[in-house]
Design a protein around this ligand. Structure first.
Ligand code: NAD
Length: 340
């Protein structure tokens, strides 16, 4: 366990179980140099405890990098609740998790993630104030989309010489909470949209409401376009798919878009500019972090608009050092987290 923690440079790992509710929870606190750890809570089934711990550690590390480059006074953390085969009272399980968070006295702040909902956060909130994305706090997705939109403009400026999106071709994979809101903003800026989703209803809606061109899920990545915006699942850019791309840049909301950092180098060598996912999609984190600190919507919007500037800075370093923006972003984050 300590070897795993050491290699991820993890500060602390907390485990708790409660036989009454069935709670088996892991809270990984990666780095608190910039502030208390903030990160979502997953509620998923895992093959064994080790894989759940590994997942929590990996995700907590990612949150530290994201918060650091988002300019937040916030550290990185993540919680995993191992979903039992059967649960009698889901509310009671999340209440027990709320009691666990309270014992950490604000060292970890939780939020919605895969498998959890705002209603679950409301249960947690009965026992601790260190929780965001409750039903009253609101959905971060529109803010994530706003940040991705700012990031697409910065990417267009860096790669195509102008941040005027009129007439640009953008292919969006995934029209969910973030992807659809992004499509609306892009359409309003005169972008020609190419869209796919596993749900044909979402694609039809985008065609009718936004004049988007429907593309099958199989063909989307290879669609000739200026910017590809992955907004579905992670891992879409791998050694099989990277050769298919016909775009000048990749800039989208999905987490963990690259199967590995070598894929970033491959994109770089093909002249495809890559917007590091955890930088361009940080709008949701900015929203929940600042909302938790009771900041105004105007202050949150102002902070979100800095995503474009941060990407411009990263692209500048990447061009000067002839390195991929993904590697530059990691190096910048590590300097903030470790001072090296
Ligand atoms: P969502 O579940 O609402 O939407 C995802 C959509 O992608 C769904 O409509 C799904 O059908 C579609 N999809 C999945 N695989 C696809 C494929 N192969 N081809 C076409 N469509 C596909 O999720 P979301 O909240 O919109 O988040 C989208 C991505 O952005 C996720 O990777 C998420 O982790 C990331 N993200 C979201 C937020 C947020 O605030 N919601 C913040 C940061 C990052």
């Amino acid at each position: 366990m300590f070897t795993m923690m050491e290699s991820a440079r993890l500060e602390a790992l907390h485990l708790a179980q409660d036989p009454v509710t069935g709670l088996k929870a892991i809270i990984a606190i990666h780095n608190t140099r910039l502030g208390p750890a903030l990160g979502g809570c997953r509620y998923l089934a895992y093959p064994d405890t080790d894989s759940a711990v590994r997942d929590a550690i990996r995700l907590a590390q990612g949150m530290s990098y994201k918060a650091a480059l988002a300019g937040l006074e916030q550290g990185g953390g993540k919680a995993v609740i191992i979903r039992p085969a059967h649960v009698d009272n889901r509310g009671a399980l999340f209440e027990a998790f709320g009691r666990m968070i309270e014992t950490l006295k604000g060292g970890y702040i939780t939020a919605v993630d895969s498998g959890t909902s705002s209603a679950d956060m409301d249960c947690i909130a009965q026992f601790t104030q260190h929780v965001t994305s409750t039903t009253t706090a609101g959905d971060p997705s529109p803010h994530t989309a706003m940040g991705v939109f700012a990031g697409i403009r910065a990417t267009a400026l860096a790669r195509l010489g102008s941040d005027d999106l009129q007439g640009l071709r953008v292919a969006i994979q995934g029209l969910g909470n973030v992807g659809y809101a992004l499509a609306e903003q892009l359409a309003a800026s005169g972008v020609e949209l190419y869209v796919s989703d596993l749900d044909p209803g979402r694609v039809q809606l985008a065609a009718e409401e936004l004049g988007a061109h429907p593309v099958s899920s199989e063909d989307l990545l290879g669609t000739p376009c200026d910017i590809l915006a992955p907004c579905g699942l992670g891992g879409v850019l791998n050694s099989h798919t990277v050769g298919e791309l016909h775009c000048a840049a990749v800039a989208g909301a999905a987490n963990n878009q690259l199967a590995s950092n070598e894929i970033a180098d491959e994109l770089e060598s093909r002249g495809i500019l890559y917007a590091p996912d955890y930088v361009i999609n940080s709008g949701g984190l900015i929203y929940v972090a600042l909302k938790h600190r009771e900041q105004s919507l105007a202050a949150i919007t102002a902070h979100l608009s800095k995503i474009g500037l941060r990407l411009t800075e990263i692209y500048g370093h990447a061009q000067a050092d002839k390195r991929s923006p993904a590697r530059v972003a990691d190096a910048l984050a590590e300097r903030l987290l470790y001072g090296s």
